[in-house]
Design a protein. Sequence first.
Length: 79
Amino acid sequence: MVVDAEMHADEEQLLLQQGSNQSSLWGINLYPDKFGTSEFVEFDSMINLRPGQNNLTRGVADEKIRNQILAVVDQWIKP
């Protein structure tokens, strides 16, 4: 997980250089002032456009993947 870059593509590139699989990388936005609410995590990024993975929007269509992302956020982001 990488946070606080100008663009999601910059974070994606860093993770790819460190050996991450592109198919496992998803872009989200975190809003610290909304921590603890459903608005804390926003699933919106250009890197999420993946026709080959049946994700045709900037969001994350698959609920299972969204839940996995939320679990990673919960693991790494603490109040």
